[in-house]
Design a protein around this ligand. Structure first.
Ligand SMILES: Cc1cc2nc3c(=O)[nH]c(=O)nc-3n(C[C@H](O)[C@H](O)[C@H](O)COP(=O)(O)OP(=O)(O)OC[C@H]3O[C@@H](n4cnc5c(N)ncnc54)[C@H](O)[C@@H]3O)c2cc1C
Length: 422
């Protein structure tokens, strides 16, 4: 029997997520004559996009810059700069606008589709993928790739003049890569840094968050390791049965995930400041002033802090009953309470993990790729974009920003390479 024919395309993109779909469009806009295929293991492309921004898709962040990105080697990798400069946020939003998707800006530079629907982002990409005659080949899982850019899948073999790796990460496994990219790319010499869940919740063994479950406050969270400050963020913090959540916690979670799935090997704590706009002395002065009001301890902090949160803090600061008058508190108890409101310490027992994580920290080692064109330094004609690279963005639209900018740069570079070769 004759061997099945190898299907050939000028450019093959592995992975039909945010980075892969935009890369396909960029390639077609630049070079309509080139044949472009997207190989996607799922029956439908871009499923993760539907879950982004709680179904609203925080499509980009206007403020995106190097300082919003991290990698295994440390914070703020210079690697992201070339893609963000070549395809800045305004240009990516114009690219979407030209396809019919309008956006709006909310707090802190966060951009959303005007209709508040993540599905609109995916529909826009899909409609134009079809119109531009990109071959979208679904239910096709890439199992291997060689130096000649021949691709082996569960749905036959393919060959291309240029290949873009856009397989994403392993966060939220139901919506993500099969996780085989490290093994798949090792024979080509590309190495992967350790992978950790990021943008997830932080767990503690302390019973306190469970008692406060559902309560939110706007404050500051710090992660400390043996008193050394590892990171701090401000914003809305939420108590949950397992620990703490909310944007500042998600942001800090990668710092608590280095030993995942184990707890941090060097003990870490999260410190919560519930009144970041007041110093401990100012809080103590206010507490002394309130002692003169006709209040029992039950309502002593009402008007300053969430009532239930306030009552729990009082219970931690003193063994007194909540029915006792506020004026009965001693100077030491006032001092203890003021300190607790500024610095509630919870020992960290880990993070909630891959199921809840929005992104993967770690990925393909950056030293294997050139930042200026996202080309592999090891395999001519191979490029990478999006989360599969060792780039992790902060919460707030920065990860999709990276997917759009890097996807477009990788496609531009692939087109350039093929056009030079013609
Ligand atoms: C719940 C949730 C909410 C989020 N919200 C936001 C947000 O609001 N704003 C923001 O900026 N970021 C958000 N993110 C992060 C953002 O979605 C990702 O960083 C981004 O989608 C990464 O794009 P990508 O194309 O690199 O990877 P992905 O979107 O993961 O796409 C990779 C694609 O490759 C396919 N694939 C994998 N392996 C193979 C294989 N071997 N063969 C063929 N196909 C394969 C996958 O099926 C997938 O379709 C969120 C993530 C999650 C999970």
């Amino acid at each position: 029997m004759a061997a099945p024919k190898m299907r050939k395309f000028d450019i093959i993109i592995i992975g039909g997520g945010a980075a892969g779909l935009i890369a396909a469009l960029q390639a077609k806009y630049e070079a309509p004559h080139l044949s472009v295929a997207v190989l996607e293991k799922e029956a439908r492309p871009g499923r993760k996009l539907l879950a982004t921004g709680n179904g609203r898709c925080n499509i980009a962040n206007r403020r995106a810059a190097r300082e919003h990105y991290f990698n295994a080697a440390g914070d703020n990798p210079a690697f992201v700069q070339a893609a963000l400069k070549a395809y800045p946020v305004a240009d990516n939003l114009a690219f979407f606008r030209d396809m019919g998707l309008l956006t709006k800006e909310e707090a802190d530079g966060k951009m959303y589709p005007l209709g508040d629907q993540a599905a609109a982002v995916l529909d826009t990409l899909r409609l134009h993928i079809a119109a531009k005659q990109v071959a979208l080949i679904t239910e096709t899982e890439v199992l291997g790739i060689n130096r000649q850019l021949q691709i082996h899948t569960n749905n036959g073999d393919f060959a291309a003049g240029a290949v873009i790796l856009a397989l994403g990460g392993v966060a939220s496994p139901k919506l993500s890569t099969s996780g085989n990219f490290a093994e798949m790319l090792k024979p080509l010499g590309h190495r992967t840094t350790p992978l950790h869940p990021a943008l997830c919740q932080i767990k503690t063994e302390s019973p306190l968050p469970k008692a406060l479950q559902g309560i939110k406050f706007v404050g500051r969270a710090e992660i400390r390791q043996q008193n050394r400050l590892l990171g701090a963020e401000e914003g809305e913090i939420l108590f949950a049965a397992y620990g703490v959540s909310g944007p500042p916690i998600l942001q800090l979670s990668r710092l608590a995930a280095a030993d995942y799935p184990n707890p941090p090997s060097i003990p870490q704590e999260i410190r919560l400041d519930m009144l970041p706009n007041m110093t401990e002395e100012e809080i103590a002065a206010e507490l002394r002033r309130r002692q003169k009001l006709p209040l029992t301890l039950e309502d002593y902090l009402t008007g300053m802090l969430n009532k239930r949160l306030g009552q729990q803090m009082i219970k931690l600061a003193t063994p007194r009953k909540l029915s006792e008058p506020a004026e009965s508190l001693t100077a030491d108890e006032i001092k203890r309470l003021a300190h607790l409101l500024k610095c509630l310490s919870l020992p960290i027992s880990g993070v909630t993990g891959w199921q809840q994580a929005q992104v993967m920290a770690g990925g393909l080692e950056l030293k294997g790729f050139t930042a200026q064109n996202l080309a592999s330094r090891l395999v001519p004609g191979l490029f990478a974009a999006g989360e599969v690279l060792d780039i992790c963005g902060a919460c707030g639209g920065y990860n999709l920003t990276w997917a759009w900018s890097s996807g477009r740069l990788a496609a531009h570079s692939a087109v350039n390479l093929l056009q030079k070769g013609r």
